[in-house]
Design a protein around this ligand. Structure first.
Ligand code: AVJ
Length: 332
């Protein structure tokens, strides 16, 4: 009981009101399915079921991203923390299970007695359980968990005088368009103090075959993850989607430097959504665009961060150079 109390006192939980800055699921579905090119924002993948499916994706043999990033951190976390400079606090966008972050937390706690970790994630339940498990394993840790989308989370950050290391790992930045990525990095720039740093995980350019396999796995977990959006519309908005009448598709488009996730209608059909009091028509072969996952060459990434007045201090790769971790600072 005493141990539990001690864990509790080291955890603060902040729920930032939904839909304050970003549109709600209902509005996003109404808008996204009314466009000539139907689309849904990928952030709606991550309810509790979707977050669990994503965790399964990270363990798939085809999904090289997580393993490659994990390998870099396993051998280089202490070096990365030294390069960032201690003492520091760690803020993480899209923390998920925080599994890879454990390596950075452990490395930081080798170099300083205590550490404040601020994970920001849209999946509140998931955030709470991963925070509790971290607090059990790291006695020197305190956690301020923020349940929010990226921009809202950034505005909800507590004040501090300790330098911060911002983490944006797992190729999460790949979901943004280039304009959105610049917009986010600019917002981050303005939230940063002069001694703060950012560590960004990038899926680097590689053969299209390897990339496509990562998003079209044999076991069909990515298909379930993609279709979780339709399942959510059915459960939360009274939708009548027949999940079996849509195909999962994830082509790599080299000219756009990205994988696009799609849900392709297998037939002409009309699908009612009760909460919206309306129906949406799908022609056979028509698709809903559900996610972009951009892959960056070093050159493209460099031009991206320059637009946000950030520059590279250091970078680390896995042995195959499939994935890169870039440490950034303010200024040229
Ligand atoms: C969590 C956004 C990095 O784009 O690779 C995995 C999400 N989508 N499989 C990615 C995802 C399909 C993933 N990110």
């Amino acid at each position: 009981l005493l141990k539990q109390a001690r864990t509790k006192s080291r955890l603060a939980f902040v729920q930032v009101g939904d839909g304050m800055q970003e549109e709600s699921f209902l509005t996003a579905v109404a808008r996204g399915l009314s466009q000539p090119q139907k689309s849904l924002p990928s952030r709606f993948f991550y309810d509790e079921a979707g977050s669990e499916l994503f965790e399964r994706i990270t363990k798939l043999p085809e999904y090289y991203l997580t393993g490659a990033e994990q390998a870099i951190l396993e051998s280089l976390a202490p070096e990365i923390i030294r390069a960032a400079g201690t003492p520091l606090e760690i803020v993480e966008f899209g923390s998920g299970s925080s599994k890879k972050t454990r390596l950075l937390i452990a490395a930081a706690l080798e170099q300083q007695d205590s550490l404040c970790y601020i994970p920001i994630d849209i999946s509140g339940d998931f955030l709470k359980s991963s925070a509790e498990s971290l607090l059990k394993d790291f006695p020197g840790l305190s956690v301020t968990a923020i349940a929010a989308e990226y921009f809202a989370g950034l505005s909800a950050l507590p004040e501090t005088t300790t330098p911060r290391l911002f983490l944006f790992m797992g190729s999460n930045i790949g979901n943004f368009t280039h304009e959105e990525a610049v917009h986010f990095l600019c917002a981050l720039y303005h939230a940063m103090g002069d001694r703060d740093k950012v560590l960004i995980g990038i899926d680097r350019g590689k053969s299209g075959g390897l990339i496509e396999a990562a998003y079209n796995d044999e076991e069909g977990v990515t298909e379930l993850f993609n279709k979780n959006l339709l399942r959510r519309i059915n459960d939360e908005l009274g939708g009548h989607f027949d999940l079996a009448s849509f195909d999962h598709s994830a082509p790599f488009l080299p000219e756009r430097g990205r994988v696009e996730m799609r849900l392709v209608s297998k037939k002409d059909q009309t699908v009612r959504v009760d909460a919206l009091g309306r129906a949406f028509k799908f022609a056979k072969g028509e698709y809903i665009h559900t996610e972009d996952s951009h892959k960056y060459s070093e050159l493209d990434f460099d031009s991206l961060i320059r637009q946000a007045h950030l520059s590279v201090v250091d970078c680390w790769s896995d042995a195959k150079e499939w994935f890169g971790l870039f440490l950034l600072t303010k200024g040229a």
